[in-house]
Design a protein around this ligand. Structure first.
Ligand code: GRF
Length: 193
């Protein structure tokens, strides 16, 4: 059983990317990260990648050929599995076709709840708190043509405390759930490859 060649897409801090880097470095994953790509030049995720000598590639979303360049970059690096780790840009249809069944995303809610347009980052947790939910969590799912609609690979929940704010909930979901299930989901897919 060989590992996968991972292409990780980030738009922000990249703490989920860091959990994959750590799992590769400590041998929990057999896969390797072959490139980290961002639509944001200043994304800290790119900085993390450089710190671990991983190819860190910024693709300018204002250059008209963004989706084409992204697809070509993934192909050039012979990526097997595309991991969306806090990537805040809609994935183009052609990329979904080219990597059918081989793109996964992490979302900080119990999908199908709090998924879809407008539910990203802190907004997800604000909505959960506003609705008075007793539990929340995160989901790793396959990416299809919809937003946050693909088949679930792993989902895990935790209790929402009465004193939780959107920020405290976001922090706990990230550290207690996201950073674990993203790595576990990749390990599951390694097993199937
Ligand atoms: C995470 O909550 C992820 O689920 C969401 O965006 C956030 C990214 O965090 N899609 P980070 O950049 O991995 O720290």
């Amino acid at each position: 059983m060989r590992g996968l060649r991972l292409g990780v897409l980030v738009s922000g801090s990249g703490s989920n990317l860091q959990s994959i880097i750590d799992a590769v470095e400590n041998g929990k994953l057999k896969s390797q990260i072959v490139c980290v790509i961002s639509n944001k030049e200043q994304a800290y995720g790119l900085e993390r990648a450089r710190g671990h000598n991983l190819p860190a590639i910024f693709i300018n979303p204002k250059a008209g050929s963004y989706d084409e360049v992204l697809l070509n970059t993934l192909k050039e690096h012979e990526v097997d599995l595309v991991v969306l780790a806090g990537y805040l840009k809609i994935i183009d249809k052609e990329l979904i076709e080219a990597y059918k069944g081989r793109i996964i995303n992490i979302h900080p809610s119990l999908l199908p709840k709090y998924g879809g347009k407008g539910y990203y980052g802190i907004h997800v947790h604000e909505a959960v708190i506003a609705a008075g939910e007793k539990e929340s969590g995160a989901t790793v799912h396959h990416v299809d043509i919809g937003i946050d609609t693909g088949d679930t690979i792993l989902q895990r929940k935790l209790e929402v405390y009465a004193e939780d704010t959107a920020e405290s909930l976001q922090k706990r979901i990230l550290s207690e759930i996201e950073h674990k299930i993203l790595v576990e989901a990749i390990a599951l897919l390694e097993g199937r490859a």
